[in-house]
Design a protein around this ligand. Structure first.
Ligand SMILES: [Zn+2]
Ligand SMILES: [Zn+2]
Length: 92
């Protein structure tokens, strides 16, 4: 899409765009604590024995829990539980 191309060239002028956290960053100050992210996916399923993260209501189906598989955060916008270096779209 045109929009994406525009965003990407903008990010390249300012620095690189991280494909993990979607933030632009300066490659010269990219350290192992620069990028905050969740190593696992946001899933929708039963919590199993991790009920402490989510209390199901009496009318909720047992699979209604939504959370990050890595840390149990229920908010899709929750700040990452892991840090590492940013990874650009050029790296692989
Ligand atoms: Zn997490
Ligand atoms: Zn990042």
């Amino acid at each position: 899409m045109m929009e994406n191309n525009k965003e990407q060239s903008q990010a390249q002028r300012q620095g690189k765009l991280c494909r993990r956290c979607k933030l632009s960053y300066d490659p010269s100050s990219n350290t192992r604590s620069s990028c905050r992210f969740h190593p696992s996916f946001f899933v929708c399923r039963r919590h199993d024995d991790q009920k402490r993260y989510y209390e199901l209501g009496p009318n909720d189906p047992p699979y209604a829990a939504k959370f990050y598989d890595c840390c149990g955060a229920e908010n899709p916008n929750a700040i990452g539980c892991t840090t590492d270096v940013h990874v650009s779209y050029d790296d692989d």
